[in-house]
Ligand binder design. Structure first.
Ligand code: SF4
Ligand code: SF4
Length: 465
């Protein structure tokens, strides 16, 4: 692959990593260590530990997170979700979309730069391995252009071997989130012949992750990711983004060239360190900018050297840059943040108040009632289904208020395994006229912990004389 041309300012006509004839230009981002890079590193270590560690954590023998799409089993923060919880999932998704939209309007692509797994894996794992083995951007470029010597084979071979190992680890972690720890352990401990599909999945995911991080890289953000492509409609002039202060920086020019020149000395350091190869001086709302802050660190280091104030590139809004006012907490940020807190609170409320079991009670269709003329006793037949949505087996007690009597047909429902559903049938018996016609009748379903659901159902009877 040919190299990116840093001097090329024909930026509106093609992607930065693409030549005019459509060929991919390989990006060699320079290594820069500054305050933002350090903060991002610490934050990403925390995220990586969480990401790789969480599949090993179990609560009451169940994973804390599970996204088993095939068996439709989902566990989120230890709370299991079932197809019956679809309304919660739908509400959660709507709230999540509103959250993402508001968050982006306010804080731009902070997610992309600080928390997206693509950026974290690429910049904090794969890129660091590349720097460690092949050196900085200049050394990497030299190595790529050099003939295949023993040293080059060794360096490239070691790098790609480590990339494969990392891709394999990510693939297995991904599978643990899909299957759960126990099923994954079974998969890797038992003979391959018993788990052909599982083993194929491990190697397919490994190949995909290896390809993404070894070759595809920034193309994920530029071409594939829908969130990146939505930025154009989500951002406005008040959104906080990585901004170049054009008022202070322009007209750019070599240091001490003229008295009237701006603070940008056109050193291209901000472009050289950019993992997507763009020039932030062409504007903040560029599709390719993932808000990684590398250009802030690079420019701050340059400003330090030439004894100018830092923050020529900084987090700010376009209006902030244009008006020259400092970024401060204003009404808009406060209002949007309040809405974000409300949405998160609402989701938390839905999770906390979610019932640990769900009951469906129906009067058996096609049957009206049984009536004993002598005793004046009426009976209705019911069908009941109880789904135990908790993480442990539960005992249930189903009852009606006196003088009504509940009589099971067959075995009564009592203990139900975690995540399982039990079905049963019973009669409710009542003296004729004890309840008015059309009046609903409460059935109490109580579990061992004392949580109770009262279901009102119909009870039909002949007209009392
Ligand atoms: S690093 Fe700063 S001074 Fe250098 S080109 Fe970029 S904006 Fe200008
Ligand atoms: S322009 Fe700056 S913040 Fe945006 S991707 Fe490039 S280095 Fe990161």
């Amino acid at each position: 692959m040919s190299q990116i041309n840093l001097e090329n300012d024909d930026f509106r006509n093609h992607l930065y990593n693409q030549s005019k004839d459509g060929k991919r230009l390989w990006i060699y981002p320079g290594r820069i260590i500054g305050q933002f890079y350090r903060l991002r590193s610490y934050f990403s270590y925390f995220l990586l530990i969480a990401l790789f560690g969480l599949p090993w954590v179990e609560v009451k023998g169940q994973p804390i997170f599970l996204f088993n799409v095939l068996e439709r089993k989902f566990i989120f923060w230890g709370v299991p979700f079932f197809p019956q919880d679809f309304h919660l999932v739908a509400l959660g998704l709507v709230a999540f979309l509103i959250f993402i939209s508001l968050f982006t309007v306010l804080f731009g692509r902070i997610w992309c730069g600080w928390a997206c797994p693509q950026t974290i894996f690429m910049e904090m794992l794969f890129r660091k391995i590349e720097y460690w083995i092949e050196g900085d951007d200049k050394a990497q470029r030299r190595l790529d252009e050099s003939p295949w010597t023993q040293e080059k084979i060794l360096k490239k071979g070691t790098k790609h071997l480590l990339f494969l190992v990392l891709a394999f680890a990510i693939s297995n972690t991904f599978l643990m989130y899909l299957l759960g720890k126990s099923a994954w352990l079974k998969l890797i401990q038992e003979p391959v012949g018993l788990h052909i599909a599982g083993f194929s999945a491990i190697w397919i995911f490994t190949a995909v992750f290896y390809f993404v991080f070894a070759r595809f890289r920034e193309m994920v953000c530029m071409v594939v990711c829908p969130y990146g492509r939505l930025q154009g409609v989500l951002l406005d002039n008040n959104s906080i983004l990585v901004q170049y202060d054009h008022k202070r920086g322009e007209p750019r020019g070599k240091i001490h060239a003229t008295e009237t020149q701006g603070d940008c000395i056109d050193c291209h350091w901000c472009v050289r360190v950019c993992p997507t190869g763009i020039d932030i001086r062409n504007g903040s709302n560029q599709l390719e900018c993932i808000g990684c802050t590398a250009c802030i660190d690079a420019c701050d280091a340059v400003m330090d050297k030439i004894h100018k104030p830092k923050n020529l590139i900084r987090y700010d809004s376009l209006n902030g840059v244009n008006s020259g006012t400092k970024l401060k907490f204003n009404l808009r940020i406060g209002a949007y943040s309040a809405i974000l807190v409300l949405i998160v609170g609402f989701l938390a409320y839905l999770l906390i108040t979610r019932k640990p079991f769900e009951t469906t009670l129906l009067r058996t269709p096609g049957i009206t009632y049984q009536f004993d003329e002598k005793t004046k006793i009426v009976r209705n037949l019911y069908q009941i289904e109880i789904l135990n949505k908790s993480m442990e087996a539960e005992q249930f007690e189903i009852s009606v208020e006196k003088p009504l009597i509940l009589i099971w047909v067959g075995n009564p429902i009592q203990g139900i395994e975690q995540g399982k559903m039990a079905k049963g049938e019973f009669f409710i018996q009542a003296p004729l006229g004890i309840r008015k016609n059309g009046e609903k009748l409460p059935v109490h379903v109580r579990e061992r912990q004392g949580k109770e659901e009262i279901i009102k159902t119909s009870f039909i009877q002949p007209d009392a004389e």
